[in-house]
Every structure is written in structure tokens, then in C-alpha cells.
Design a protein. Structure first.
Length: 153
């Protein structure tokens, strides 16, 4: 009986897929790459470094904000302008991003995240802290062997 139990346990352990530590995400090279990009994005945002953020974004970037209202859509050029405006008045950002899942489909990847941010910004009335949290999906596209964000910021 003990032998059978050991055999079942080793079969189960042998079939278990390796996970990236502290996540439920399969440990693959592509998943680790996507996680590293999300981490680089987080650092760039916290450092208020728009050039570093844009280095992770495809020139094909387009955001529709998940709705049919075209008035809130923006592309790479507008993202660049928005970052410059926001970073000019923002004094500090604390950003936490937890990647809950990654799906890779040929030359596209999707990172499903939960984020929390806290930002201190300067307004005409003075400094003000804002806090928010939400779920999002960052879309990546592989171009010339490199993953770049194309939507979801």
C-alpha cells in the first residue's frame, strides 16, 4: 500500500507544471519576459520616466478604453503627450501591479493584472494624493523578436 501511495505521489509531482515563484503562472521563457516588461513598466512609472515607459510601447499602440466611445481613444502619439502632461504635474507615484495570468497566442500576449496606485500631483489648489485600484489587461505584440505593449495602459 505504501509503495502504491509513493507511486501515485511521484506521478502527480512529475506531472505538475512548474510555476513562477509566488504566482500561479506557468514558468516559461515567454511568461518570464512578459513579467519582466510589466516590472520595467512599473519602475518607469514610479520613476516618472516617460522615455522608459515609451521604450516598452509599440508605435502601433492604440487604446479604446474598452468601450465604443471614440472620444476617449488614443494612440502612441497621444500616449506620449499624456505621459508628458501627467508626469509634469505628478510628484510621486507608488504603483503595485500583480499579474494574475498570462496568455500567449502566437505573436500576441495578454497579461491580466490587478493594480493599485497612489499618486501625488500638483493642482492649482495645491498638492493632492489620489488612489485607485482596478483590473486591466495589457496587450502585447511581438515585433522583430521583441514584446511591446499595444493596448491596456
Amino acid at each position: 500500500m505504501r509503495f502504491l501511495l509513493c507511486l501515485l505521489i511521484s506521478a502527480f509531482v512529475g506531472c505538475a507544471h512548474s510555476r513562477i515563484p509566488n504566482t500561479s503562472i506557468a514558468d516559461t521563457e515567454e511568461n518570464r519576459t512578459i513579467l519582466a516588461i510589466v516590472e520595467d513598466y512599473t519602475k518607469a512609472m514610479e520613476n516618472l520616466d516617460s522615455a522608459a515607459v515609451l521604450s516598452l510601447v509599440s508605435p502601433r499602440y492604440y487604446e479604446d478604453n474598452g468601450n465604443s466611445d471614440k472620444s476617449d481613444d488614443y494612440d502612441y502619439r497621444e500616449l506620449k503627450e499624456k505621459l508628458a502632461q501627467e508626469f509634469e504635474r505628478t510628484k510621486k507615484i507608488q504603483l503595485e501591479m500583480r499579474v494574475d495570468n498570462i496568455v500567449i497566442e502566437e505573436k500576441k500576449a495578454y497579461a491580466y493584472i490587478y493594480y493599485t496606485y497612489r499618486a501625488q500631483s500638483e493642482y492649482p489648489t495645491g498638492l493632492k494624493w489620489s488612489t485607485d485600484s482596478d483590473r486591466s489587461r495589457i496587450v502585447f505584440e511581438q515585433t522583430n523578436g521583441r514584446w511591446l505593449m499595444v493596448a491596456g495602459l
